[in-house]
Design a protein around this ligand. Structure first.
Ligand code: IVH
Length: 675
């Protein structure tokens, strides 16, 4: 072995701090400076050197996250300061009462400054850094005594093994939440299912199970993360006087704090935050079960103190439960637009996530078998945000003694046609196509939907009536409906009938892309319909094309091309299309030269605010017809931001990034239209 030179030691230190800096940029600041490959190269060089000079390996080296052997058992850790829990608030009144108590104790009529944070649904841990190095990681346990899980905590990439900077206290205890992101959890479960291993019920259980492993290699293989939300014991320095400032200092030391936090004033501020986060709950990257409010001033906190296990200076405002237990009354099969049979559990109604739920999807026959849900079972159901409620799992201990597995029906429960399941497909389908009333209803719903022909007033109930009465056998029949016919239907007045006929008339003026989307061709969504429309530009051209010609369309593969071709080759479809054209369903022709010369061709456009002359949907259509793209958010790749009335944050972002802003008049000019 060669003796290590001073320059070698220097290079090792350089590599380690460079890697730590990238970790910090990536995890704490969320703005990486180098691509993953460059980071991997640094790690590879460090590993190679450490392999060659094992005597120079230090525990805080980024290579040492999974160092030790499995621990034989967990040892106990007594917390230097107890780890408290929150009092809960379930209503605005509870929050008002909390604020009142705070002001009474502080003997003030002034508004209180609060700091709001998401209540991340994971498990609380305490980390101790001595002289800037991670020395101990423990679970909360009962709040007084927890378990030593340092070996697992070290494997979490967002936990720094060494603090940044120099101004940290000699002893720093920080507290935070270990959790799994939704994406990490899904990916981990997907892999486990593939290997036939046990899957976890939810991200919280998965995080808890992973942290309580004796073998750190197991924890390392799980996508654990951490957000820090406060300090515990501190020796050798004083932290700032506001909680918000403490979080900033933690951040500087490389400790990632939770996102979506906000400093507010008074009850109104807290409730505003609750509503805002509640609205965005289902789009956050992690699960939360509420928000927390903390008095921001540390001095005020000291004066407030705590009762039993909960501080008087903080409260958790919970969201309505998203998981509940109930009983499966029946399992029925729903037939979708493409004939797909979806098993649906009819439930004993329960209140979950703020609404009463009496149906939950079981997705498909494979899922149903995997979860083995049976009639009479007690089940956990989950409702996340505006997502369709689903059955999470069966509580086997409560299964009635006589129960049997659900079978895939041989015949369509709606029309009696045969049921087919293609090789390797999870989905079973009714073969009745549009002779099946269920498929017909779903395809009409799709045809009339906002992003297809956008037929206002033609709702789900009306479609049921029209199909059940035999008045409508295909989409084209809709345009032959008269006011009298419609007015003859139950719950339909003269006035609404006239409105429906009027909007049917209006919907006939559409775009080629919308028309293609509305037809409901298998695999042809909005984007594919757009590509087809741009490529073929006319219905005649598309209908007379071969599979090979359709395959030439960008983004269309052989399977979709096959579906498209088969759709137009079908005699019954051809008849419906002819009838639609006969009813004067039409769209402006698009000349190639118009697209080529359009100032919007190839441009990415973001729409914000209300336009006076058209809806955002229409504006999007015009942009796409002229070869442009519509994006949902402003970035440096945006070419134009079109602003209408009450434009908000997108306008601000555009100004910051220097993106060209178009007022409605200028936009209309680009479209070649007048106001
Ligand atoms: S502060 C009372 N901040 O909630 C002070 N805790 O019910 C508690 N939690 O065990 C710690 N998000 O696991 C705090 N932003 C947050 C939190 C949070 C989630 C959990 C933590 C704790 C439990 C207390």
């Amino acid at each position: 072995m060669k003796p290590a030179s001073a320059s070698l030691r220097q290079r090792l230190e350089q590599l380690r701090s460079e890697i730590e800096r990238h970790n910090y940029l990536y995890h704490v600041l969320d703005s990486p400076e180098v691509p993953d490959a460059a980071y991997d190269r640094l790690m590879a060089e460090l590993r190679a050197l450490e392999l060659q000079y094992p005597e120079l390996v230090v525990p805080e080296s980024p290579t040492q996250r999974v160092g030790g052997a499995p621990v034989p058992e967990f040892s106990e850790v007594r917390h230097r300061l107890p780890m408290l829990s929150f009092d809960n608030a379930f209503s605005p009144e509870d929050v008002e009462a909390f604020d009142r108590r705070v002001r009474e104790r502080l003997e003030t009529d002034e508004q209180i400054g609060y700091f709001c944070e998401p209540k991340v649904d994971g498990l609380a841990v305490s980390l101790t850094y001595r002289e800037g190095l991670l020395a101990l990681g423990s679970t909360r346990g009962d709040g007084t005594v927890g378990e030593d899980v340092t070996h697992n905590i070290r494997t979490i990439e967002t936990v720094p093994l060494r603090l940044r900077g120099r101004d940290w206290p000699a002893l720093l205890e920080v507290r935070g939440e270990v959790f799994m992101s939704n994406a990490g959890f899904d990916e981990m479960n997907r892999r486990a299912a593939e290997k036939g291993e046990k899957v976890f019920v939810n991200p919280r259980n998965a995080a808890a199970g992973s942290l309580r492993q004796l073998d750190p290699r197991l924890a390392a293989s799980r996508p654990l993360e951490i957000y820090f939300y406060g300090a515990g014991q501190v020796e050798g320095a004083t932290l700032p006087g506001l909680h918000s400032e403490i979080l900033e200092v933690l951040n500087r030391w490389g400790l990632r704090t939770s996102p979506e936090t906000r400093a507010v004033v008074g009850v109104e501020g807290m409730l505003g935050y609750y509503e805002d986060i509640g609205r965005r709950r289902s789009s956050l990257r992690f699960q939360i079960d509420g928000v927390v409010y903390k008095v921001n001033s540390i001095e005020e906190r000291r004066r407030l103190g705590f009762v039993a296990r909960a501080p008087r200076w903080a409260i958790a405002h919970k969201f309505p439960a998203e998981e509940e237990m109930t009983i499966v009354r029946a399992i029925e099969w729903q037939v979708g637009r493409t004939g797909a049979l979806t098993p649906v559990a009819r439930l004993e109604p329960v209140f979950v996530g703020g609404v009463t739920v009496s149906n939950a999807t079981l997705h498909n026959i494979d899922e149903l078998r995997r979860k083995d849900v049976r009639v009479g079972d007690s089940v956990i159901i989950r409702r996340a945000g505006d997502v369709i409620p689903e059955v999470v799992r069966v509580i086997l201990e409560k299964r009635p003694s006589k129960s049997s597995q659900v079978r895939l029906p041989q015949k369509c429960p709606v029309c009696g046609s045969g049921v087919e399941r293609e090789e390797g497909e999870a989905v079973a389908r009714c073969t009745g196509a549009l002779t099946c009333p269920a498929q017909l209803k779903e395809s009409l719903r799709h045809f009339a939907s906002r992003r297809a022909l956008d037929i206002e007033g033609l709702g789900s109930k009306l479609i049921d009536q029209l199909v059940d009465s035999g008045m409508v056998r295909n989409a084209a029949d809709l345009f032959g409906l008269s006011v009298d016919q419609l007015a003859g239907l139950e719950r339909m007045g003269e006035r609404s009938a006239a409105n429906v006929v009027e909007s049917l008339g209006r919907s006939k003026q559409t775009t080629f892309a919308r028309f293609l989307h509305a037809l409901g061709i298998r695999d042809v969504g909005e984007a594919t319909a757009g590509s087809l429309a741009r490529h073929f530009r006319s219905l005649e051209a598309l209908r007379s094309s071969s599979v090979e010609e359709i395959e030439e369309v960008p983004d269309i593969g052989p399977i979709t091309a096959g579906h498209v071709h088969a759709f137009f080759a079908e005699r019954r479809n051809a008849k419906v299309i002819d009838a639609l054209v006969g009813h004067r369903v039409s769209w402006p022709a698009v000349q190639e030269a118009t697209v080529r010369n359009s100032p919007l061709s190839g441009k990415t456009v973001v729409l914000t605010g209300k336009l006076a002359t058209m809806s955002r949907g229409e504006a999007g259509d015009h942009i796409r017809v002229l070869g442009g793209k519509v994006a949902g958010s402003v970035s440096k790749n945006t070419d134009y931001v079109v602003v209408g009335d009450e434009a908000g944050s997108k306008l601000k972002k555009a100004t910051q990034l220097g993106v060209k802003i178009l007022e409605e008049d200028e936009f209309l000019k680009l479209l070649g239209r007048k106001r």
